[in-house]
Design a protein around this ligand. Structure first.
Ligand SMILES: Cc1ncc(COP(=O)(O)O)c(C=O)c1O
Length: 371
């Protein structure tokens, strides 16, 4: 197997992958309607549910598309015509949930606060009380990748239960990177994607959903392509996706899931944590300031305040690092101007240490001192 050039992706996905995952895409041509492919899909969906301990009462529904397609499939399918969704948005991805709902004409109540503020559960409860009988669903992002904030989704689940509301959680950037146990926190719908902490390729999203919410429900039918119920019925009956799947991406995901189990959930979590700890210690030592207090951070991505130095230009820093093999990421509308560094994917503490040395060289070369 020829080694493929290794880039250290410090953007929050698509993440750095193993060569074995990359090569898993090189398979004999196959018609995805064949039983052989159906068997792969069945095993894969079972394993994706297993990762979050939902074997007893959850099913997994795949969609060809990026993570947003999974979020859009749930929102467009599950909210009844005469009901509303309440969205907690303290980042771009919460705001996107509200925008998706609005684009389908779904009544939306948007609890919107500055990107980087911690959600106030009492304020959300107040909004629910004001709209007592009209809210059927609540949407929230687990790890808000805009800022690196880990939202208190467990508390929102308790709130949703108190009011008989179903909870949709965007776990796109937390799934497989932070332990999620559906036996303890029985979210109604969680959504993720192949190309983040599970370390597969971009092109497939998945919804893990309580099967009691799928069986016997009439399709809302707002979207033709992203119809959760229709896709579920196809997968259940035949192991096939309704429309042509991204075949090779699915083979890569199948391999990535095997490698996840081989590494072990705990070890992956520990590796990511160690990466993060080394990263933030190094950043703080150099003088950088972080957007969020440590206790609100996910440990998967860090939003760092842009230095207040006339010599600092994000694009210059990006290019300096990019040419040395490290891809960093700009900010995305946080309440203060930031850039972002993720520590997920097939990367190790030595990669983070090497990255920090390169970052230090950049600061020295451009004489950046004011943070
Ligand atoms: C929390 C979260 N939600 C949604 C998305 C959108 O995913 P995609 O770009 O795969 O559609 C992202 C992407 O980074 C994300 O981090």
């Amino acid at each position: 197997m020829k080694k493929i050039k290794r880039n250290i992706l410090l953007n929050p996905g698509p993440a750095t992958t193993t060569d074995t995952v990359k090569y898993a895409q090189v398979v004999p041509d196959i018609c995805p309607r064949e039983k052989e492919f159906g068997d792969i899909v069945r095993e894969l969906t079972r394993d994706l549910v297993k990762i979050v301990h939902g074997e007893d009462n959850y099913d997994c529904i795949l969609f060809g598309g990026s993570g947003t397609s999974g979020v859009e499939a749930v929102i467009s399918s599950v909210v009844p015509a005469d009901k509303k969704i309440l969205v907690v948005s303290n980042g771009a991805y919460g705001t996107r949930m509200a925008a998706i709902a609005a684009s389908y004409g779904i009544g939306t109540i948007n609890y919107r606060i500055p990107y980087g503020d911690y959600p106030d559960i009492a304020a959300v409860e107040e909004l629910i009380s004001q709209n007592r009988n009209s809210i059927s669903h609540m949407g929230i992002v687990h790890h808000e990748t805009t800022t690196g904030m880990l939202n208190p989704v467990e508390d929102f689940l308790a709130l949703a239960r108190r009011y008989g509301i179903e909870l949709i959680v965007d776990t796109i950037s937390s799934y497989a990177g932070i332990p999620i146990d559906l036996r303890i926190n029985d979210y109604d719908y969680i959504v993720s994607t192949a190309n983040k902490n599970i370390q597969g390729m971009a092109g497939v999203s998945f919804v893990i959903c309580k099967n009691s919410l799928l069986n016997g429900r009439a399709p809302a039918g707002r979207s033709y392509y992203l119809n959760l119920y229709q896709q579920y019925a196809f997968l259940k009956n035949s192991g096939q996706m309704q429309f042509t799947p991204p075949v090779q991406v699915i083979y890569a995901l199948y391999q990535a899931v095997k490698e996840y189990f081989l590494e072990g959930a705990e070890n992956r979590f520990k590796r990511y944590r160690e990466n993060w700890q080394i990263l933030i210690n190094g950043l703080l030592e150099m003088g950088f300031k972080l957007l969020l207090p440590l206790e609100h951070q996910s440990g998967l991505l860090t939003a760092i305040l842009d230095p207040q130095d006339k010599n600092y230009h994000f694009n210059e820093m990006h290019d300096y690092l990019y040419h040395r093999g490290y891809t960093i990421y700009p900010g995305k509308g946080a309440k203060e101007s930031t850039f972002r560094i993720a520590n997920i994917g097939e990367i190790y503490s030595t990669d983070i240490k090497d990255f920090l040395n390169n970052l230090k060289s950049y600061l020295n070369q451009y004489d950046i001192r004011y943070f």
